[in-house]
Design a binder for this molecule. Structure first.
Ligand code: ATP
Ligand code: MG
Length: 436
């Protein structure tokens, strides 16, 4: 029978990669909790209307990429393509707006029917942060600072921070008119999507990925030239704050985001490296009208999301595998094998990583497996050792202070303590930040 395969663009995460993800998520928790953010977990499935209302019908995400399907009663549901819409829905639904400031973060899978390629998948994972309740540029600056601190915590350096302001309801309509005129004037040179966007949602054209369009759109009017005074002041203050934080913002006048809910600030953080258009590792902006648009009170907000797969790629891909067990117990004979189970359990309770070979193989095959697992120490248990209450503890590699191959008899009830003592600080990688 042909074995079934995973859906194209949806990846399995095997232990080494899952461990890299878990470390990144743990770093996110540390950094964002330091900033006062609490974790939320919203459903992977929402009513499709939530996303068309918030992200916008005309966006690539909703128009082309969203997985939509009817439930058994015909209600259109969607696999969430991003996290902000669900977070804002939950914010409204649970009356969180009663608090003046709400700081939330989330981590989890998102789904977009895109063309799979390196750094672009159909199920991918985002860590996102939302700061609701503050309109002032200090909020944008704090949030962008949190994003930068998170990237630094996981060991991504040499990033570039691009920022822009796309204005608000007061100044954007006039700008969009100018942009529409430009798109109509240059329509013959643009891709069919952008010709359509000229009529439906001109701002989306600035996000076009077609190379020739990007050249033409480089000449398009920019929102920065049309900002109203409050938007201009907000952006100027934000740039000052970001410089004060040492973040070296680069003003990118054509930067818009692919979702319609943004107002004023938009930003992207790019990692160095050869990921091409996939090197944006984090992106976000201000969304002062979204809570209202989804039926909630008028609450200004700012947020961002980072793609975990891209963070792993930016960190150099293949992370170090988990370290081998601290202790491997090889045992021969039924009584010794039972004792090995008990000793292993006790040593794990003392926080050691311990493995046995659960097959009933020869000592030689158990030692081969111990070697394959890169165990730091091996305890060899046979009938004689059980009778004596002592067994040889052998150091396998360089972890453990002694010489590789060095061996010493230890009392069975002192094994865990002995291994812990030898692996004391410096010889163990647990608790280290980063991927290795
Ligand atoms: P892009 O321009 O690369 O398509 P986007 O504008 O669609 O990105 P956002 O919706 O802002 O991206 O999502 C934030 C981050 O999520 C991106 O910067 C990226 O790191 C990650 N991301 C987005 N789409 C994917 C995908 N299909 N596969 C992997 N990561 C993704
Ligand atoms: Mg995209």
């Amino acid at each position: 029978m042909e074995p079934l395969r995973a859906v194209k663009g949806m990846n399995d995460l095997l232990p080494t990669e899952a461990r890299a993800f878990a470390r990144i998520e743990a770093a996110a928790r540390r950094v964002f909790e330091r900033h006062g953010y609490g974790e939320v977990r919203t459903p992977l499935v929402e009513e499709a209307a939530l996303f068309s209302r918030s992200i916008g019908e005309e966006t690539d995400v909703v128009g082309k990429e969203m997985y939509v399907f009817p439930d058994r009663h015909g209600v259109p549901l969607a696999l969430r393509p991003e996290g902000t819409a669900g977070a804002v829905r939950a914010f409204i639904e649970h009356g969180a707006a009663a608090a003046p400031i709400v700081r939330w973060f989330y981590a989890g899978p998102m789904f977009r029917h895109e063309r799979p390629q390196k750094g672009r998948y159909r199920q991918f994972h985002q860590i996102g942060v939302e700061l609701l309740g503050a309109a002032a540029p200090e909020a944008d600056a704090e949030l962008i600072g949190a994003a930068a601190a998170f990237l630094a915590e996981i060991g991504i350096s040499g990033t570039r921070l691009l920022v822009n302001s796309i204005g608000d309801d007061a100044c954007r309509p006039a700008y969009v008119d100018k942009l529409r005129d430009f798109l109509h004037a240059r329509a013959a040179e643009l891709c069919p999507d952008c010709r359509r966007r000229a009529g439906t949602n001109p701002l989306r054209a600035l996000d076009c990925k077609v190379a020739q369009d990007r050249v033409i759109l480089g000449e398009a009017p920019v929102p920065g030239d049309s900002l109203c005074e409050p938007c201009r002041a907000h952006f100027a203050t934000l740039l000052g704050h970001l410089r004060a934080l040492g973040l070296s913002p680069i003003h990118e006048p054509h930067l818009v985001r692919g979702l319609d809910y943004y107002t004023r600030t938009t930003f992207e953080i790019l990692a160095g490296g050869d990921l091409g258009s996939q090197n944006t590792v984090a992106a976000g902006g201000r969304y002062d009208k979204l809570v209202e648009r989804l039926g909630g009170p008028a609450v200004p907000a700012v947020g961002f999301a980072a793609g975990i797969e891209r963070l792993v790629l930016a960190l150099g891909g293949a992370p170090a595998p988990a370290p081998g067990p601290d202790l491997f117990i090889a045992a021969l004979g039924d009584a010794a094998r039972r004792r090995a189970l008990v000793l292993a359990q006790a040593a794990r309770a003392a926080s050691l990583r311990v493995e046995i070979d659960p097959r009933s193989g020869s000592l030689k095959s158990q030692m081969r497996w111990a070697d394959r697992t890169s165990a730091a120490f091996v305890l060899v248990l046979g009938e004689d050792e059980l009778a004596a209450g002592r067994a040889p503890l052998k150091q396998m590699g360089s972890r453990g202070g002694g010489a590789p191959g060095a061996q010493e008899d230890v009392a069975l009830d002192a094994v865990a303590g002995e291994v812990r003592r030898r692996l004391a600080p410096g010889s163990d990688d647990r608790g280290q930040p980063g991927l290795s």
